[in-house]
Design a protein around this ligand. Structure first.
Ligand SMILES: *[C@@H]1O[C@H](CO)[C@@H](O)[C@H](O)[C@H]1NC(C)=O
Ligand SMILES: *[C@@H]1O[C@H](CO)[C@@H](O)[C@H](O)[C@H]1NC(C)=O
Ligand SMILES: *[C@@H]1O[C@H](CO)[C@@H](O)[C@H](O)[C@H]1NC(C)=O
Length: 200
């Protein structure tokens, strides 16, 4: 006897869901070309754009022109999606992808220490991701080498490694980057990932 109310509830659920679908016609939570991720803060759409040697401030502006911002990373599902999509596209090459994180005020002038460690040296700038699951650093980082590494890139390489750095890991770098001194640098910027709130 206990099953009947559940069935009725389920029936109304189906009607409600299909009704909603009819109202919105073919509208999707993300624009065409953007990929939907579910976050604790709600739906989030991510799109990767390719541009060799781009610097962080230009990537910021280009995301703004997409009504988006450089994306944070909620977790490893998101970072691996971005890293592997780019790795496949640029194969057999390698490079760096700009994402939306910046060094915290408290750690601006600090190398990696007990107080300024992997979990709190950077913060997400898009106000969307929560927590630190998206922070998978290369084993050296965030070391703030030269004390001017206030931005973050995600590594991409179809071979799985760029030098000793593994595809899908993060590294702290200068926002104007020291990675593009030569046009053949294996970690030169190749892409940036923008994110924006899903429509529903
Ligand atoms: C950005 O938003 C504005 C205002 O809603 C709209 O006119 C424009 O088409 C949007 N641009 C993109 C690339 O989505
Ligand atoms: C950063 O730290 C170095 C070494 O401790 C110090 O010489 C420098 O003045 C500091 N810079 C700022 C802006 O605090
Ligand atoms: C990182 O530093 C913060 C602030 O000092 C501290 O609360 C936290 O436990 C540290 N985390 C690790 C993993 O060392």
């Amino acid at each position: 006897m206990i099953k009947k109310p559940f069935l009725i509830f389920f029936f109304y659920f189906l009607v409600t869901v299909s009704g909603k679908k009819d109202d919105t016609c073919d509208e999707k939570p993300c624009d065409k070309g953007w990929k939907l991720f579910e976050r604790p803060s709600g739906g989030w759409c991510i799109k990767i754009f390719y541009e060799d040697f781009i610097k962080k401030p230009s990537a910021d502006l280009k995301c703004t022109s997409q009504n988006a911002t450089l994306t944070s990373l909620q977790d490893q599902v998101e970072s691996l999606y971005i890293a592997y999509t780019v790795s496949k596209k640029i194969a057999p090459g390698s490079g760096s992808i700009w994402i939306g994180a910046s060094r915290t005020k408290a750690c601006l002038n600090s190398t990696k220490t007990v107080a300024c460690n992997w979990s709190n040296s950077f913060e997400w700038t898009d106000q969307s991701a929560t927590g630190i699951e998206g922070l998978l650093w290369d084993r050296s980082g965030p070391d703030n080498a030269g004390r001017n590494q206030d931005c973050v890139v995600l590594q991409a390489a179809s071979s799985g490694y760029v030098g000793t750095m593994q595809t899908g890991t993060l590294d702290d770098v200068g926002c104007y980057t020291d990675l593009d001194r030569t046009k053949t640098h294996p970690r030169k910027p190749v892409a940036y990932a923008c994110g924006k709130k899903a429509k529903f």
